[in-house]
Design a protein around this ligand. Structure first.
Ligand SMILES: Nc1nc2c(ncn2[C@@H]2O[C@H](COP(=O)(O)OP(=O)(O)OP(=O)(O)O)[C@@H](O)[C@H]2O)c(=O)[nH]1
Ligand SMILES: [Mg+2]
Length: 244
């Protein structure tokens, strides 16, 4: 019986260690809010990236299909680190390199916290059918005379104050994300502390098993209590009744 328990405890210890390691990795990855600019070619994605970065990072041209690769800039918006990505315009094409660029655009879009989907206010193109779910419509080139549709955030990368509405929206999203991640980190820190306690107790259980069984039982009870605090009730008493 005791041999079986020891084996189970060893397995549990390995699991707890694995969870602790993955929690650390998760925190390292959480070092910025990822925003991706997507949309049809010529929509003004690279122009918006340059305007937000306040420098000429990406090549801008009137030729659709200019951007092929993903371009990233790091920004600080209201003290929050933001990674902004410019991507290739999405369209039907047989050009191999452009297709690869479009594939990369979709991949980056999928892994980001916010996708801005750019379309010119005066676009006469067919809307792209499979734009990412949850993407937010941004109507570009609002400095060009156009009809008001009220269907998205209007921006202009060339006129003063043309990005104000978009920046306000982004800041609101950042505030929400920071508030939520704050909760996650607090609970994660509490979970970490409990899990470290579980590990220590399980180590001590193993040490005492060959010597003082009463003390060993105490450590197992303490580990069970800690797990109970994380997951709900654990029947340590039942377990101890069976063993001793
Ligand atoms: N009037 C006006 N023109 C703009 C604006 N933003 C971009 N443009 C013009 O639109 C054209 C395309 O701009 P880009 O920023 O290269 O567009 P893109 O979406 O990056 O295009 P691809 O890389 O080909 O997918 C360029 O000629 C820009 O000067 C804007 O706010 N107003
Ligand atoms: Mg571009």
């Amino acid at each position: 019986m005791l041999v079986e328990v020891k084996q189970t405890v060893r397995g549990l210890r390995d699991d707890v260690r694995a969870v602790l390691e993955s929690a650390n990795a998760g925190e390292i990855i959480r070092n910025g809010f990822r925003i991706t600019l997507m949309g049809s070619p010529n929509a003004g994605k690279s122009s918006l990236l340059n305007a937000l970065a306040q420098r000429d990072v990406a090549i801008v041209s009137e030729r659709p299909g200019t951007t092929r690769d993903v371009l990233e800039v790091s920004l600080d918006i209201d003290g929050v680190p933001v990674i902004l990505s410019d991507t290739a315009g999405i369209r039907e094409t047989s050009d191999e390199i452009e297709l690869q660029g479009i594939h990369r655009a979709r991949m980056v879009g999928e892994s980001s916290d916010l996708v801005l989907w750019l379309e010119p206010v005066n676009s006469e193109m067919e809307p792209v059918a499979d734009r990412p779910a949850d993407s937010v419509t941004v109507l570009t080139k609002a400095d060009i005379p156009h009809k008001q549709t009220g269907e998205g955030l209007e921006i202009s990368s060339v006129s003063p104050g043309g990005l104000d509405e978009l920046l306000e929206y982004i800041k609101e999203r950042l505030r929400t994300a920071v508030a939520q991640s704050g909760d996650v980190l607090v609970s994660r820190e509490r979970h970490r502390t409990e899990l470290i306690k579980v590990l220590e107790d399980l180590d001590l259980f193993e040490k005492e098993c060959g010597k003082d069984l009463t003390l060993a039982a105490e450590y197992l009870r303490s580990a069970g209590d800690a797990i109970g605090r994380l997951t709900g009730r654990v029947d340590v008493e039942d377990l101890l009744d069976v063993i001793f």
